[in-house]
Write a protein that binds this ligand. Structure first.
Ligand code: NCD
Length: 316
């Protein structure tokens, strides 16, 4: 961090609801510096040398877990991973006991994902020393994903204020949508939501700067970016949409629909994708797609978050 005038006004990263604009800007600026480290030949800086981080994941993950691990390692920290399938969690150990165990080992940060909303906040009440970083709690929040989406938008569009972004699909079950909405609104982005009525929390339409549409076409018209969400098949009760085929036909993003948005529209998707369902392969791998870039930005943003919570953000 070159000009570390502001610092995060929190110990833990639980969600973006109460992040100020200045705090978000601080994370994005720090992430920009971190991204340059990823492009170096030797990607290791000593910023977090001597610090130890544990990731505790009760839900599957490819990108989030490995990018937190990579982020910690690029900054010189020691990183250990605990995943539900290969730990005492399968023997029935409670979340509380797992947290107390890792605290006793001296970890400075616990990056955790859990299917229960509020699990990360609960963790802050269980442990005393470690910082808690929420990597997804049920359908509640996924702050690092919300921040990496903002970082990617800023990279491509050069600004955030005044952008029009459509968020499509399973808003109800999506922690990504929630963190996106909080972060985007704080940064002055106009948010347009669309998806099947059963997956669309209508009360959001009462919030300033948020527009809820029945038809995808209305949400993406003139959009600067479209954030396509994964249908959360594992969180759904049956019957929220008639069939996968119909979903793809009514709500899927394909080249024909893309033509309604701005010419330079950016396509975001947090991954993993259900290709052919919410997004067609030609869009996922097409010229407008920033999906791969999001993955790299995920490492940079997580480096920034870890550096900020563990030592105030200085990379070198
Ligand atoms: C998201 C998640 O786990 O919430 N994925 C991710 O972190 N890259 C989105 C999803 O699973 O649909």
């Amino acid at each position: 961090m070159a000009k570390n005038k502001v610092s995060l006004r929190r110990k833990h990263i639980l969600g973006l609801e109460d992040f100020s604009r200045e705090e978000i800007e601080l994370v994005l600026e720090t992430a920009k510096e971190m991204k340059s480290i990823i492009h170096r030949d030797i990607k290791k800086v000593p910023a977090l040398r001597g610090k130890s981080i544990v990731t505790v994941f009760y839900e599957p993950s490819t990108r989030t877990r490995s990018s937190f691990e990579t982020a910690g390692k690029y900054l010189g920290a020691d990183v250990v991973n605990i995943t539900a399938g290969t730990s005492s969690i399968v023997k029935g150990e409670s979340l509380r006991d797992t947290l107390l165990t890792v605290e006793a080992m001296g970890f400075d940060a616990i990056v955790m994902r859990h299917k229960q909303e509020g699990a990360a906040e609960y963790a802050t009440k269980v442990v005393k020393h470690p910082v808690i970083v929420n990597a997804g709690d049920g359908a509640h929040a996924h702050p690092s994903q919300g921040l990496l989406n903002l970082f990617t938008l800023l990279q491509y569009k050069g600004r955030l204020e005044g952008l029009k972004v459509a968020i499509l699909g399973d808003i109800l079950h999506s922690r990504v949508a929630r963190s996106d909405i909080w972060g985007m609104r704080r940064m002055g982005i106009e948010v347009h939501l669309a998806g099947p009525g059963t997956m669309l929390p209508r009360f959001l339409a009462e919030e300033p700067g948020i527009f809820v549409h029945e038809r995808v076409e209305d949400a993406i018209r003139d959009a600067d970016a479209i954030n396509v969400l994964r249908i959360q098949l594992e969180r759904q009760k049956a019957g929220l949409f008639p069939s996968k085929r119909e979903y793809a036909r009514l709500y899927g993003i394909n080249n024909a629909r893309l033509a309604l948005a701005k010419k330079d529209v950016l396509i975001l998707h947090p991954g993993p994708m259900n290709k052919g369902l919410e997004i067609s392969p030609e869009v996922a791998y097409g010229d407008h797609s920033a999906i791969q870039e999001q993955v790299q930005n995920g490492v940079a943003v997580r480096m920034a978050l870890l550096a900020l919570v563990l030592m105030g953000g200085k990379a070198q």
